[in-house]
Design a binder for this molecule. Structure first.
Ligand code: KPL
Length: 295
């Protein structure tokens, strides 16, 4: 029997991933906080895309029902990922692949330090989705999901099934670059939308917000340059503004967290950026201010 991938974190990203794996024919099971939540999801996900909708069957359980986990995606928020990992750690073997898929950076570094023998992978996605109910998923933007390892390794055997599917998974030899690209987008959009309580597109339309976004991007570019990421540095503002445009109607995930009075991922987004800027001695006063304001 092929061991399923377990997906820890049944939010929008986790549910979208479960739907993609189901369509790709890759066995997968969502891990919920308890069996009652799993039973609700086991009725399937009502999946909306454009004007169409369908019910996608998914499997779900809770970790206390399992003896072992042979392959794991962690799709919780960055600020919950380490606790989530530690809750299931007793079910993992050192060779169990664990793929981190969240906004922001810093979780990988902490896990690799505490659990050096675990097979850790990182991922980032440009897919966009939100949940309209516990099992109602709205897929608002098609994109790609890139996976890789910080040591730049070749794709492992398990990735073949992902590569052969039509679900836009790609193996990224330079995953750090992809993660930084997403990090600068999140640094430019998420804190400002959370503070101004505005949709992504308003950062372009409102002259005051646009001026702030421009300054944030200039600081981000200086950090990228100091890291040797010249081409990303040259494009930071263009990339971030293009995402503001293509997701103009979206409420960023950080704005949603603030509106629902949930902890945000600020420490893994602006916090990570500012710590790196500090190490490289690049001043980032506006990013620092946004980080402090939302902490
Ligand atoms: O990733 C996002 C988020 O909201 O967290 C962006 C790209 C900003 C889209 O809203």
């Amino acid at each position: 029997m092929v061991e399923p991938w377990h997906i820890l974190g049944a939010g929008a990203v986790g549910q979208l991933l479960a739907c993609k794996l189901q369509r790709a024919g890759i066995p997968a099971q969502l891990l919920c906080r308890d069996l009652a939540a799993a039973q609700v999801l086991s009725q399937g996900i009502e999946y909306h895309e454009g004007s169409g909708s369908s019910r996608i069957p998914v499997s779900a359980t809770s970790a206390d029902q399992l003896d072992a986990i042979r392959a794991l995606f962690i799709t919780t928020k960055a600020n919950q990922a380490i606790t989530a990992f530690e809750q299931v750690q007793g079910l993992l073997r050192p060779d169990t692949p664990v793929v981190l898929l969240h906004n922001g950076m810093g979780v990988y570094e902490q896990l690799v330090q505490r659990y050096p023998s675990q097979h850790l992978f990182c991922g980032t996605t440009t897919e966009a989705a939100y949940r309209r109910g516990p099992c109602v998923l709205v897929h608002t933007g098609k994109g790609e999901t890139s996976l890789g390892q910080f040591n730049g390794s070749d794709a492992p055997g398990w990735f073949t099934a992902f590569a052969n599917s039509e679900e836009a998974f790609c193996w990224e030899a330079d995953i750090a670059h992809s993660l930084w690209r997403k990090l600068v987008i999140n640094c430019a959009i998420n804190p400002l939308t959370a503070i101004h309580r505005c949709r992504n597109g308003e950062l372009l339309d409102n002259p005051e917000y646009r001026a702030q976004a421009t300054r944030v991007c200039a600081e981000l570019a200086a950090v990228c340059r100091a890291r040797g990421e010249e081409s990303l540095a040259d494009q930071v503002q263009d990339i971030a503004f293009a995402v503001m445009r293509s997701t103009a109607q979206n409420q960023s995930s950080m704005l949603q967290d603030v509106l629902h009075k949930r902890p945000t991922e600020i420490d893994f987004i602006s916090g990570y950026l500012c710590r790196e800027a500090h190490r490289l001695q690049v001043p980032c006063p506006l990013n620092e201010q946004l980080w402090q304001q939302l902490s």
